[in-house]
Design a protein around this ligand. Structure first.
Ligand code: ADP
Ligand code: MG
Length: 241
């Protein structure tokens, strides 16, 4: 009975979240649509036209951000748990984020000293680490180094994401994962970490954070290992350029 109760509560939370998200997407779309209507006026002065077009673009951009943090890899199908090659997945995610890291002058270093697998849903895994790594890059507006490493210990695979960015205060760390909590103003959604926490929990993983303002932040993710094998030592460091 207790379990069922938890399930019902979970479902309710998911429904509420879904409603909040669609609100977050619908609002800017409605605004954009309103301004498109105004733009249909043939006698609209040129400067007004420009102003409205800028608003439309901003509103569309804001809807796109919510989709990126929350729905990028979402498929209408149910979660599919399979064996995931951690190294392969992380490499794929890093290549997706290459343009962003270039834009921020962030160098990405990797060390995947094991070839291990975990059980999880590939799309959710990608969504989770895209959000984490995106945050790390965004925390380094003047460039820096991002290190993504994996480790195997006591039947667990640890994924470490370390940045040399702006860091967080203890109060900020406390609020991580709270829906709509963001320090990025209109450039943030505050949904990324919420998604990260819920996906990690769904994959029986856990999260630690170490952070120091002005020094950087390290996120640790620990997942139960499904299989693993150590890599040859001479292959140990592989920087992705
Ligand atoms: P968003 O990125 O849209 O602001 P997130 O949920 O992804 O929302 O992150 C919430 C907040 O957590 C960010 O606004 C930022 O303040 C903080 N944060 C997350 N990751 C980092 C990081 N690597 N370094 C510094 N701050 C971070
Ligand atoms: Mg984010």
């Amino acid at each position: 009975l207790k379990q069922q109760l938890i399930k019902a509560e979970k479902l309710k939370a998911v429904e509420q979240m879904g409603a909040a998200i669609s609100h977050e997407i619908r609002n800017p779309l409605t605004a954009a649509s309103g301004f498109v209507q105004l733009l249909q006026d043939d006698y609209l002065p040129r400067h007004k036209r420009k102003e409205y077009l800028a608003i439309v673009q901003e509103e569309l951009c804001s809807a796109e951000k919510v989709i990126q943090d929350y729905l990028t890899f979402a498929k209408p199908s149910m979660e599919k748990y399979e064996e995931l090659n951690v190294k392969k997945e992380l490499k794929q995610i890093i290549s997706i984020l290459k343009p962003l890291s270039n834009q921020y002058s962030v160098e990405i270093l990797t060390d995947f000293s094991l070839i291990g697998t975990i059980r999880g849903d590939q799309q959710l895994f990608r969504q989770c680490f895209v959000n984490v790594i995106k945050n790390a890059i965004e925390a380094m507006p003047n460039g820096g180094t991002l290190k993504v490493t994996t480790e195997y210990r006591q039947n667990s695979i640890t994924i470490k994401v370390k940045d040399t960015g702006i860091g967080m205060t203890p109060q900020q760390i406390q609020r991580l994962g709270e829906p709509f909590y963001s320090t990025k103003g209109k450039n943030g959604t505050g949904l990324g970490m919420m998604v990260v926490y819920s996906i990690t929990r769904a994959m029986s993983g856990s999260i630690w954070v170490e952070s120091e303002v002005g020094v950087g932040t390290t996120f640790y993710f620990k997942f139960p290992a499904y299989t693993f094998s150590m890599k040859a030592a001479n292959e140990k460091t592989d920087g992705i350029k």
